[in-house]
Design a protein around this ligand. Structure first.
Ligand code: NAD
Length: 945
């Protein structure tokens, strides 16, 4: 460790290697990764290591030796922090700790829990752990220093538990469902622990699940069964700004419960994670960004706890001598009995400090992780990072023997705390709702209730100043409840299409001649309107398109982003390009094209329609919006927001109607200059062809975004936890109905383990209506889509092996258009299943021999929209970046959810001919460039010389 600390680059590369190691199956793979990670920093390594690295490629035995040495080295390191690999060994180790008068708490390490069978297995492992430790404890002599405090005997056996590991979906957006699911596994553990006299401490994890964890624990431990039990506690993280508030809540709860409750005060182990999440989401940073502020808060909270130690019994987990000294002084000052508080430290860390406290007669408990070494690697890396961070007390105090006075100084915040993570650029994406906040969930559920009461809505066509009466026979329905009519819509045909073009045509000259600033401001006002209507729009999207609330919110945010981004972009393009010569002025500038027809799909019913329409509008074109038949109410709501924002009449018109009827009339109309379309490849190509053939006075411009057959490559060294979840979310999020969805997963090498976990994880997804937060899988868009997808599944079973077919519960099936996820293996890359877009929850798993093969298969379709790679090999990442040719490639993350400006979105080949929505080139397609040259020389005289 001392060696890695000297050089940050070495440290990063070494830890990345350690993190990749569990996924490496052969000595060759280990050697390759060793070379890949450490090769670039070889010059900074000690000579023998650098020498081995430089020779490894030419010598098999040296490579094997290096692989062996690396594995042994990492295992040894892991053993320093992981107390035992199996039950007998952990029992032996905690017994040894007790001989040193150290108490313990055991934490079971594991892989991420992604299926209910894994959650069951985790529960069972805890039950075994409780029994095993309790049996062993019967033989341990009572040790007054650790098994006793001023109130009497303490349990000798103490375990720590992460509740998120007891369920495959611990989802803040679905608190009721999550709590219900965790309870079924948590309660048996608590019961067994209580029966065997074992203490249970609940660990606290990342902030998104904190409110849910607190709700769960207060509910369960406040129940009649557990309210009298005193041997339980929870961790509270002092790095959180809201830690004090949580403590206040627990104090009131504990008083009400009538039994003391333990608090383990920690500083918090997810600091970087919290900062990254907040920065990516545009949310306030929940943690103190300054280490000293955390230390100060820790001291303040320790004082607070010492004052209430009878109700909330304190255990202080820290390796910081100053924090510990502060607590000891506080105990003394308050004249509390010795061991009224407990100190906790991690296994393998700060040994001298543990020894000193034990010598002083304090009760010290060691947090001892237990589990297989390699899967425990993620834990190990966290510990290594903690030990080697510049600000770590362990590093400065124990490893570097830093200046004592500095170390013991009262923590003083440098005042660098940021409240919101600012992005270093002009445009900022609209932050998503935080569904871990009850207020967000309640606002959505109220909006849904209000909307249900208003159904069916009336959504007329809007042509200039005219609204066309709705027709009772034309309507949209809730795909999850076919008997629920969402909106009645106008029936439109040729006459309305012609009228819409005429209205747009009439409004064009005035709109064209308005200033860019005026148009940009209208887009910004529209963004504000959409934000104001956010919850109503979410409710409408949930009911009309079958998206769940978080996905619906993402749709609203993307629409808002398009408005703001295109406003910024148009202002940028509005500065004329000047290239004056002596005697000649040259100016290039942009003008709108004319009347634009916007034809949108139903799958991003607000964002795509809004994005295409606002791009055309801000450029100065007038618009006819033709939404998808399935989602007219969302389009009408957008239209109303546009009117409220102040877009003049006729500048934007809404023409709901059947694509096959009004589409060709609009596309072929001589007064239409521009068609912007997003939808299927068949319709897109037909539009392109019709537009090219139209005998009008101009060549129509077509902007066309079409389908995909998107693949994720899973490398042999991929982090399986992440790959399985990433593939599953990409393939089955919104039932696979995103254009960016993953429909092929190409697995390199042996794919049995990947497929097994993928199937288990997928089988754990609940299917139900989109307005029920418990549903991970909602309905497909309509009955027609359902039958089409089912036919494709039936056809695919003839050529591939259907390894998983989910089942839709019969009551849900009867109510709406549902299809459960389907996974095929043994898929021929040339088959229709692997080549044609299905647009539903159907995933093809394709085996590949090696990376070459995988890239060939990945590129081997007519499409090039999105793609992904899971790999921990830097060279594989470099190659795939270059050779997997798609519009949007994602590495080591899911492949859906592109953000405006951050990930400009769109593909090529048969996926599209446009240039990336939400990107810097997009608006140019809606404009014609003009250049004006003026000779300023008059009879030999020019004013500009
Ligand atoms: P679709 O092609 O069936 O319909 C899209 C729109 O075209 C609808 O408004 C429809 O009414 C209209 N339309 C239908 N026939 C028409 C015709 N003959 N002339 C003119 N317009 C006509 O597509 P969909 O089912 O609504 O959407 C799903 C498809 O959209 C998928 O293929 C998906 O990949 C694609 N998509 C692509 C992107 C992208 O950015 N590349 C984004 C979202 C969706």
């Amino acid at each position: 460790m001392a060696w890695t600390m000297r050089d940050d680059r070495v440290k990063v590369q070494l830890f990345r290697f350690v993190d990749a190691l569990p996924g490496l199956r052969t000595p060759e793979a280990i050697a390759e990764h060793l070379a890949e990670y450490l090769g670039p920093v070889a010059a900074r390594l000690p000579f023998p290591a650098a020498w081995v690295l430089s020779r490894m490629r030419d010598s098999t035995w040296l490579a094997r030796l290096a692989a062996f040495a690396a594995t042994v080295g990492v295992r040894q390191l892991a053993r320093k922090f992981i107390a035992g690999e199996d039950l007998p060994r952990i029992i032996a180790e905690v017994t040894r700790l007790r001989h040193r008068h150290l108490a313990f708490t055991v934490d079971l390490l594991g892989e991420a829990i992604i299926s209910s069978s894994e959650a069951d297995a985790y529960r069972d492992a805890y039950l075994q752990l409780i029994d095993g430790l309790a049996d062993a404890a019967a033989t341990w002599p009572h040790d007054l220093q650790i098994d006793h405090d001023q109130h009497g005997a303490l349990p000798a056996v103490n375990i720590s538990l992460k509740v998120s590991a007891l369920v495959n979906r611990f989802d803040p957006a679905d608190p009721l469902g999550s709590v219900r699911a965790v309870r079924t596994r948590l309660e048996p553990i608590l019961r067994a622990a209580r029966k065997r006299g074992v203490f249970v401490n609940i660990d606290m994890e990342h902030n998104a699940v904190r409110p849910l964890t607190l709700d769960l624990i207060t509910e369960v431990l406040g129940s009649d069964e557990f309210r009298g039990w005193r041997d339980v506690g929870i961790a509270i993280q002092a790095y959180l700004r809201c830690a004090h508030q949580d403590l206040e809540r627990l104090l009131r709860w504990s008083e009400d419960r009538g039994t003391p409750f333990w608090i383990r005060l920690v500083k918090g182990a997810y600091h970087d994670h919290e900062r990254v999440v907040a920065a990516q989401q545009g949310w306030p940073v929940p943690v103190f960004t300054d280490k000293a502020a955390t230390d100060a808060n820790y001291e303040a909270l320790s004082d607070w706890l010492l004052d209430r130690h009878d109700v909330l019994r304190p255990a202080f987990a820290s390796h910081n001598v100053r924090s510990i000294a502060h607590i000891l002084a506080g105990v003394e000052q308050r004249r509390l009995p010795q061991r009224a508080v407990e100190f906790q430290m991690l296994y393998g860390m700060a040994e001298p400090l543990k020894a000193t406290l034990v010598e002083r007669g304090e009760r010290v408990r060691v947090y001892a992780p237990y589990g297989r070494l390699l899967p425990g690697m993620a834990y190990l890396v966290r510990r290594l990072l903690e030990n080697t961070s510049n600000q770590s007390f362990v590093r400065v105090g124990f490893l570097e023997h830093g200046d004592e006075e500095g170390l013991l100084m009262k923590p003083q915040s440098g005042g660098t705390a940021h409240i919101t993570a600012a992005r270093p650029r002009g445009f900022t994406n609209q932050a998503l709702l935080d569904f871990s906040q009850a207020s967000s969930r309640e606002a959505c559920s109220h909006a849904l209730d209000a909307l249900r009461r208003r159904l069916p809505l009336t959504c007329p066509a809007v042509i200039g100043v005219t609204r066309i009466a709705v027709d009772d026979r034309v309507c949209s329905r809730n795909p999850g409840r076919q008997d629920q009519i969402v909106a009645r819509v106008s029936a439109t045909g040729e006459a309305e299409a012609n009228a819409a073009v005429a209205a747009a045509m009439a409004a064009f000259p005035d709109w064209r001649d308005r200033s860019v600033e005026e148009r940009a401001v209208l887009l910004e006002r529209l963004a504000d309107e959409l934000l104001r209507r956010r919850h109503d729009l979410i409710a409408l999207i949930v009911l009309e398109s079958g998206k769940n609330a978080p996905e619906a919110d993402a749709d609203v945010c993307e629409a808002i982003d398009f408005c703001r981004f295109y406003a910024v972009e148009m202002r940028r393009l509005d500065t004329a390009r000047i290239r004056d010569l002596p005697g000649e002025q040259n100016r290039m500038f942009y003008e709108p094209r004319g009347v634009a027809v916007v034809i949108a799909p139903w799958n991003f019913p607000l964002a795509i329609l809004c994005g295409m329409a606002t791009a055309a509008l801000v450029a100065g074109n007038t618009v006819i919006m033709k939404p998808a038949e399935q989602t007219p109410a969302i389009a009408f709501h957008l239209m109303e927001a546009m009117q409220a924002a102040g877009f003049p009449q006729g500048v934007v018109n809404l023409l709901p109607g059947t694509g096959e009827i009004v589409g060709p009339i609009l596309v072929g109309h001589p007064d239409v200059s521009l068609i912007t379309f997003t939808g299927s490849v068949a319709v897109g190509l037909a539009i392109n062809e019709q537009a090219a053939r139209s005998r009008t006075a101009e060549v129509k411009r077509v902007v066309c975004e079409m389908g995909g057959k998107n693949a994720i490559i899973v490398d042999a060294d991929a982090d399986l936890d992440e790959a399985v979840l990433g593939v599953m979310h990409s393939a089955f999020g919104y039932q696979g109905q995103k254009c960016s969805a993953c429909s092929r997963v190409i697995v390199i090498g042996d794919h049995a383990a990947f497929v097994e976990r993928l199937v288990q994880a997928t089988a754990s997804l609940t299917i139900g209506p989109a307005d029920d937060p418990a549903s991970a899988i909602g309905p497909v868009i309509d009955e027609e889509a359902k039958h089409r997808i089912l036919a494709r599944i039936a056809e695919a079973t003839k050529s591939a092996r259907l390894i998983y077919a989910g089942i839709v519960p019969s009551d849900i099936d009867a109510a709406g258009s549902y299809i459960a996820p389907h996974i095929f293996t043994d898929v021929d890359p040339a088959s229709s299943l692997a080549q044609d877009e299905i647009f539903g929850p159907v995933l093809a798993v394709i085996g590949a021999r090696n990376l070459d093969d995988a890239i060939r298969i990945a590129n081997g379709t007519r499409f090039a929209l999105t793609g992904g790679l899971y790999s921990r090999s830097p060279s594989a990442i470099t190659r795939v970046t270059r050779e997997f040719r798609v519009g949007n490639l994602y590495i080591n993350r899911k492949i859906t959810g592109a953000l405006v400006d951050v990930q400009p979105f769109g593909g090529f080949k048969l996926s599209g001919i446009g240039s990336k929505a939400g990107g810097p080139d997009y608006l140019l397609q809606f404009l014609v460039p003009r250049c004006v040259t003026e000779n300023t020389l008059r009879h030999g005289f020019t004013p500009d010389l």
